[in-house]
Write a protein that binds this ligand. Structure first.
Ligand code: 8YV
Length: 324
């Protein structure tokens, strides 16, 4: 027995983060990395002072309502927190924190990866070589879409979108346009070469590449629905490193089948880890398994940021990254 706070860590984290957690708390780690599921989470909420959760843990209103509950902080590992019912947490006096900033560059890098991959057909090309189908160089083989100088439309202009704008504008001389209901100060956008548009629809009509960077919320659920996908140009590509349910996946499949858009690069899906089967058969679609922040450096930094939130909480200090 110890009088240190009990912290249930729902998934396996990098060793350095485990060491830090063990050093400060009675940390209940998950080295086998088996998801807890609703029953495991229910038990954790009843027995732990805090939870360190990930996108794979659904912390629902029902779970938060169960009594007796010991947990007073849910420290989410990730900038997104749509896996947690934050209104229910707030109503029950459970604090929630996230890990912004530290994953901005890794996620922006991955958005550019998807953009380049889908435009230059690199997934398809790699499959072609690996399958032994390559018969030799020819001038008209696997021609993709040019990236440099094209127009990138950003949906949302928060930290990650700005980092994408920086790469796209200063690295690839792209024209960057964006729409965000809570826009950044004009000088911030100007330094990134990014021009605002009054409506999302304008962005969709004008962009060669549309990249999604809004949080998942009831307002953004299926933001990219059939009607909005139809506004995109037939030569345009959709990139999603935000959250799967920002896109109506069935409507996206329809748009791709009908050739209403040229392709999609997706890191997130509506029902992870399930991926709509039709997408897996399309060569103009690049599919990644939610790798946005998946670099060693970033995952350590995310864990240390969650650790910092836990430490502050139990020291009675304000959370660095309070969500509610
Ligand atoms: C994480 C993410 O890998 O931060 C986010 O919102 O989507 C990813 O960086 C994931 O959330 C882990 O919990």
């Amino acid at each position: 027995m110890s009088d240190r706070p009990v912290v249930v860590v729902t998934r396996r984290l990098p060793d350095a983060v485990h060491d830090a957690l063990r050093g400060a708390f009675d940390a209940r780690l998950n080295p086998e990395d088996r998801p807890l599921g609703p029953e495991g989470l229910r038990g954790a909420l009843a027995t732990a002072d805090a939870l360190l959760t990930t996108v794979t843990d659904s912390v629902t209103a029902d779970l938060l309502a169960a009594e007796p509950r010991r947990t007073r902080l849910v420290a989410n590992f990730g900038v997104g927190f749509n896996n947690i019912d934050v209104e229910a947490a707030k109503a029950r006096g459970v604090a929630v924190s996230n890990t912004p900033d530290v994953l901005t560059d890794a996620t922006a890098d991955l958005a550019m990866t998807l953009l380049l991959m889908v435009a230059r057909r690199t997934g398809e090309g790699e499959r072609h070589v690996r399958n032994g189908q390559w018969t030799g160089w020819r001038p008209t083989h696997m021609l993709g879409a040019h990236v440099t100088g094209k127009t990138l439309g950003l949906v949302g202009m928060g930290r990650i979108a700005r980092a994408v704008a920086q790469r796209a504008h200063h690295g690839f001389q792209m024209k960057v346009i964006y729409h965000d209901p809570y826009p950044p100060p004009p000088d911030v956008a100007r330094a990134l070469g990014a021009e605002p548009r009054d409506t999302l629809e304008q962005v969709l009509r004008q962009a060669d590449f549309v990249s999604l960077h809004c949080p998942a919320s009831p307002e953004t659920h299926h933001l990219m629905n059939r009607e909005r996908l139809a506004l995109m140009r037939p030569e345009a590509f959709l990139v999603n490193t935000a959250r799967g349910d920002v896109v109506d996946e069935a409507a996206l499949v329809e748009a791709l089948v009908a050739g209403r858009i040229a392709g999609a690069g997706l890191d997130v899906f509506e029902r992870e880890p399930q991926v709509t089967q039709a997408l897996t058969t399309m060569d103009n679609v690049v599919l990644l398994p939610h790798l946005g922040s998946a670099t060693t450096e970033t995952r350590v930094a995310m864990g240390m940021r969650a650790f910092e939130n836990l430490q502050r909480f139990f020291a009675g200090q304000p959370l660095r990254d309070r969500v509610v």
